[in-house]
Design a protein around this ligand. Structure first.
Ligand code: FAD
Length: 452
């Protein structure tokens, strides 16, 4: 009899696990309360990058004259942008649904709950479905954190989910939180022409990132007129007519037309029946081992709920590893998921991307490394394209030449980082990059130069 595999939550983790396990022969059911594709498609990755893409076109038109064109003027049509985002989401939802159906996955639209270690209940519009499972995957994701010191009204005090775009375009947006999400929204709304103030609780934006990379972004923000309020922790937001006032712990206040919270996420684990099934939790997250098993071996957790790296790419890979484990593939050829080797990108202007060991991290742990760096100003394609900002930095092992990591700041960083990610995953040496015959003129040539 086929293994009965029930998945609660159809985001990147759930979809990847479902399609791969079905292909390997499992009888798979996905219970999704909303639309498959998950928050990633509906609220996070896709709408945010669609907004950034539109802002990017506006930026390009602003520098048209530097490219030998007469001045162009692009003004934002918020309704057209909203419908563009909806049509992208519809397209992706249809393609994910088609993919699941083509693999014979049963899709139930409803709220999933564990009713015991082997029982899942799906509450749907037409009644309750009781499902027996040999293996269960919990991939219910997360949602924006809303602190108790403010009230989100969806009009002027927003989470990211109400900002695609909000009912009225902000004239002055105050962004609270300077992690990846915060800086992407700063960039996005600044591209649309809004004044933007960023409340930064520490002295560096992107506190988790290489200081040189963070400095490059700060410089760009300041050049574009973004105001940085450093060392300030927001403690309250008041509405005053058509304005918001953000209060900080040191007494400073910022007045704007809108405030946007980008201060992290909370896991979607309440009411999931974890306790009843005996699954151990930690702060609402479900801790997992290297196979993504929870404290109950046949109940897995993947994606944001697992409390590992909150990235759609990581969620998908976890889903794949779960499918392999459920189907017993891990006993044969199997590569463990190495979170240290996950590439990530920040879709600002310039883009920022990194993978593997960072220079600052190597110094902190006293590891000997070789760091090589070249600016895009020395790259023909970047100069031709009119945007030679940024650099490529490669971190390698001085003894073996094996590539350990890298950071890229510049146009196309989110694509170019894939080459370094492949090198890090496959233990390639810098010589392998240097000796690749690349296209000319191409931004990727900067990778070969940096590897030299
Ligand atoms: C603004 C923003 C931008 C981002 N951009 C990127 C990016 O560019 N690249 C990137 O890699 N990551 C990005 N992320 C992170 C990424 O969105 C998440 O890491 C990813 O969505 C996690 O995938 P998941 O499978 O865990 O869950 P989700 O995508 O959150 O999906 C979970 C699904 O479970 C469903 N669900 C929840 N509870 C139940 C229940 N009880 N029953 C049935 N269904 C349920 C939900 O409806 C949802 O569809 C971004 C995050 C944010 C906030």
């Amino acid at each position: 009899m086929a293994i009965r595999f029930v998945i609660i939550g159809g985001g990147p983790a759930g979809v990847q696990a479902a399609t791969y396990a079905a292909r390997l022969g499992a009888e798979v059911t996905v219970v999704e309360r909303d639309l498959v594709g998950g928050a990633a498609n509906l609220w996070d990755c896709i709408p945010s990058k669609a907004m950034i893409a539109t802002g990017g076109v506006m930026s390009v038109t602003r520098r048209a004259q530097t490219m030998g064109l007469a001045a162009l003027d692009a003004s934002l049509d918020a309704d057209a942008l909203r419908s563009r985002i909806t049509s992208i989401e519809d397209h992706l939802n249809r393609s994910v649904t088609g993919l699941l159906e083509s693999q014979g996955v049963r899709l139930i639209r409803g709220l999933g709950t564990l009713k015991g270690p082997h029982q899942v209940v799906a509450e749907t519009a037409d009644g309750i479905h009781e499902l027996e499972a040999d293996a269960v995957l919990l991939s219910t994701g997360s949602r924006p954190r809303v602190p108790d010191w403010c009230e989100v009204d969806g009009e002027r005090v927003l989470t990211t989910r109400q900002a695609y775009p909000p009912p009225e375009m902000p004239s002055h947006l105050v962004v609270i939180g300077s992690g990846v999400t915060g800086v992407e929204f700063v960039h996005m709304f600044r591209s649309f022409g809004a004044d933007v103030t960023l409340v930064v609780s520490r002295q560096q934006v992107l506190p988790q990132k290489d200081p040189e990379v963070a400095a490059a972004l700060e410089d760009d923000f300041l050049r574009r007129g973004v105001k940085l309020l450093k060392g300030a922790r927001a403690v309250g937001i008041d509405r005053e007519g058509n304005e918001v006032v953000v209060r900080c712990d040191d007494g400073r206040m910022v007045r704007g037309s809108h405030a946007l919270l980008a201060i992290g996420a909370v896991p979607n684990s309440d009411g999931l029946g974890l306790e009843e099934a005996g699954v151990v939790t930690d702060g609402g997250y479900v801790p997992v081992n290297q196979h993504c098993q929870s404290s109950v071996p046949h109940i897995y957790a993947a994606g944001d709920l697992s409390g590992k790296l909150p990235l759609a790419s990581v969620a998908s890979m976890q889903g794949r590893k779960v499918a392999e484990h459920v189907m017993g593939l891990h006993t044969r050829e199997h590569r463990h998921l190495d979170y240290e080797k996950a590439a990530s990108a920040i879709f600002t202007e310039p883009e920022i991307a990194d993978v593997g060991l960072a220079e600052a991290e190597a110094f902190a742990i006293g590891r000997k490394i070789r760091v090589t760096k070249v600016p895009f100003a020395a790259n023909a394609r970047a100069v031709i394209d009119g945007d030679p900002r940024g650099f490529v930095k490669i971190v390698s092992d001085p003894a073996t030449g094996v590539v350990l990591g890298g950071s890229i700041v510049g146009t196309g960083a989110s694509e170019l980082i894939s080459v370094i990610a492949l090198a890090v995953t496959a233990n390639l040496r810098v010589a392998d990059i240097v000796e690749s015959l690349l296209v000319h003129p191409a931004l990727a040539e900067a990778l070969a130069d940096a590897a030299e």
